[in-house]
Design a protein around this ligand. Structure first.
Ligand code: FAD
Length: 177
């Protein structure tokens, strides 16, 4: 059965079962449609008033999955959204009818206690990062509420307990300890 997806230009495009199958074959994580049992859960975010239905949800398990999802979206001209921690109140993580690229399973954090730096994946919450840095007596400038995603918080400029002393959390500033 062909699936209708929303395009970037507002029109629609029909995805054939072969199109979907080739995307799934290149993707290690789950690619969910409205027919899958996990679909309803995957489109929920913090703001329960947001009730959008992506045409596809690509649940990334690593960088290759992210690359494949972006390629697929570009190939078909799909409207796309990126989901990190899902705390944006306007629900920007969830697009209507397009492809939601879901990072929320990517929760790895690697701390280098000597250089006092950390690398964290795009689905991490503040709690994920705090848990790993605290093991070494370190703390990153992030936010106040542990369930918030680090991706949206740093892209938008985050403020938290350490902001008055060290400034906001941003994508490019070096985290201070
Ligand atoms: C309960 C609550 C508590 C909060 N507490 C704080 C706080 O203490 N301090 C603070 O500064 N802010 C706080 N915020 C605001 C929060 O930082 C922003 O809403 C932020 O956008 C959430 O990021 P997220 O990854 O959870 O959200 P998402 O909704 O997943 O993403 C937010 C935006 O970033 C985009 N995005 C996500 N991942 C990526 C990526 N990898 N690459 C590019 N774009 C991406 C999304 O598409 C979306 O547009 C809070 C919000 C809530 C609802």
């Amino acid at each position: 059965m062909t699936i209708e997806l929303t395009r970037m230009d507002g029109g629609t495009v029909g995805l054939t079962p072969e199109d979907l199958q080739s995307f799934k074959a290149a993707f290690r994580g789950q690619v969910l449609t409205a027919d899958d049992a996990e679909y309803e859960e995957s489109r929920k975010i913090w703001n329960a008033m947001i009730d959008r239905r992506p045409g596809l949800v690509a649940r990334c398990t690593g960088t290759v999955d992210v690359v494949q999802a972006v390629r697929f979206a570009r190939q078909h001209g799909l409207l796309s959204s990126v989901r990190g921690g899902g705390h944006n109140i306007a629900g920007l993580a969830v697009c209507e009818g397009g492809l939601m690229i879901d990072m929320s399973l990517l929760r790895g954090v690697w701390v280098d206690p000597v250089r006092r730096t950390a690398r964290a994946q795009a689905g991490c919450t503040l709690a994920d990062v705090d848990r790993e840095t605290q093991l070494h007596g370190l703390a990153a400038v992030l936010g106040f509420v542990s369930a918030t995603g680090i991706a949206g918080l740093t892209v938008g400029g985050g403020f938290g307990y350490l902001t008055r002393r060290h400034g906001p959390a941003t994508t490019w500033s070096r985290w201070k300890w």
